[in-house]
Write a protein that binds this ligand. Structure first.
Ligand SMILES: Cc1cc2nc3c(=O)[nH]c(=O)nc-3n(C[C@H](O)[C@H](O)[C@H](O)COP(=O)(O)OP(=O)(O)OC[C@H]3O[C@@H](n4cnc5c(N)ncnc54)[C@H](O)[C@@H]3O)c2cc1C
Length: 377
């Protein structure tokens, strides 16, 4: 008879579901626990490139596709070349990640994977198109966009982009230096930047990215990438791969739908950094914390409560939502007046109060005070 009770059920086998299953199975504490992972897609493709910064080697080191030590920031009237030390900026290609995780899964006989679509999650039960499963704990990375869009309390911007890997005739990229954010392009009333990750001297991922409310027509992203590439001494180029994404940037309280035994994880759990859209490294570290947390048998809704950085992000998004053309100036001020090391620490939520005060001082304080008053009153 098919088993229908599991100690843990993980709904959604993307970045957060897979990493959580991997970390639970890897920890001998859980060797007698049964885990079910439900993913609706039959095959996970090379559908995204994940980048993040890290100062030490992590346990995904063997699938790092490329890493960089040098970076570049630009706005219309400010350009900065900088060394990323003590960090490295790292890239993982999603197919390498899926393969790596699946290879490890073969060793874990406490894990069952099924291809099925989750249609309902209740307190101790998950219903799929084909079955029903009972469990003690549920982790869900299935995002319900309705919840986000039906509320007005927290603005919802999106980090949306199309990225194209281009191969050029001439060597025109510095393979050691990324363009982290290049705002020196027409802003057209929004926050728009080009993000460039060189894979070699003649191959790079160019991503045309916006932090704004509404998506563009596909052609607009493509035209901007083409225009940017045409300004480089490429000698001609061809597009070899493409990816697209839109990642919610919001301080919406995803955590409020967590219960004693249901926890939302990944983007669906609010693990995306609201002010930047970066998610991968937060999934990486939060799944580690979560595995330790599970050993304590505390109710899941106590996991990862909001902190002061949530409040900084809230004001930042309020300001950006109020005037969407503001982003280039906000990021310029941050890079003009603070060291990149402190900025990355701040974005990692590991800075101290003094460093945060210095960062706040870099901005036009009036805009933030106004946003604060709007929130209070
Ligand atoms: C193209 C792209 C590039 C990105 N690049 C970066 C980056 O460079 N750095 C960074 O930090 N973040 C990046 N992100 C953001 C973030 O890291 C990713 O979106 C990441 O995949 C989020 O992980 P997740 O587990 O929350 O969601 P997902 O990885 O999307 O996983 C959710 C899973 O749930 C499955 N699912 C959905 N509904 C059901 C259902 N009803 N039943 C069963 N399964 C279901 C989906 O098929 C999917 O596999 C990127 C996102 C995209 C789209």
């Amino acid at each position: 008879m098919r088993k229908s009770h599991f100690d843990y059920i993980i709904c959604g086998g993307g970045a957060s579901g897979l990493l959580l299953a991997f970390r639970i199975c890897n920890d001998p504490f859980f060797k007698n626990k049964s885990i079910l992972l439900i993913e609706k897609e039959h095959e996970k493709l090379n559908d995204r490139t994940w980048c993040f910064w890290e100062s030490k080697e992590g346990d995904l080191e063997e699938i790092i596709h490329k890493s960089w030590n040098q970076s570049f920031f630009a706005s219309k009237d400010f350009h900065l070349d900088f060394n990323l030390s003590p960090y490295k900026y790292k890239m993982i290609r999603s197919l390498d990640f899926y393969k790596f995780i699946q290879q490890h899964f073969r060793k874990f006989n406490q894990l069952t994977q099924v291809k099925d679509e989750v249609i309902k999650i209740e307190s101790n039960k998950v219903t799929t198109l084909a079955s029903e499963y009972n469990t003690d704990f549920i982790f869900s990375s299935i995002l319900d966009p309705k919840k986000l869009l039906q509320q007005k309390k927290y603005p919802v911007l999106q980090q949306h982009f199309i990225g194209q890997i281009i191969e050029t005739k001439n060597n025109c990229f510095d393979p050691d230096r990324i363009e982290f954010m290049n705002f020196d392009i027409p802003q057209k009333g929004n926050t728009r930047f080009m993000y460039v990750l060189p894979l070699s001297k003649n191959k790079a991922l160019l991503e045309y990215t916006l932090f704004s409310e509404d998506l563009l027509a596909r052609q607009e992203y493509v035209d901007e990438i083409t225009a940017f590439a045409k300004d480089l001494p490429t000698g001609g180029f061809k597009v070899v791969e493409e990816e697209q994404g839109n990642i919610p940037m919001t301080c919406f309280r995803f955590d409020l739908s967590n219960t004693e035994n249901i926890l939302h994880i990944g983007t669906a759990g609010g693990w995306t950094k609201p002010s930047t859209g970066y998610t991968f490294q937060r999934i990486n570290s939060k799944t580690k914390f979560l595995v330790e947390f599970l050993k304590s048998t505390r109710p899941l809704k106590q996991f990862g409560r909001k902190n002061r950085f949530w409040f900084y992000d809230l004001l930042f998004l309020d300001v950006l939502h109020e005037d969407n053309a503001n982003g280039a100036d906000l990021f310029k001020r941050m890079f003009q007046k603070n060291s990149p090391e402190v900025i990355f620490k701040f974005l990692d939520e590991k800075s101290n109060y003094w460093q945060e005060f210095q960062i706040m001082r870099s901005f036009n304080v009036g805009q933030f005070v106004k946003a604060l008053f709007r929130r209070i009153f």
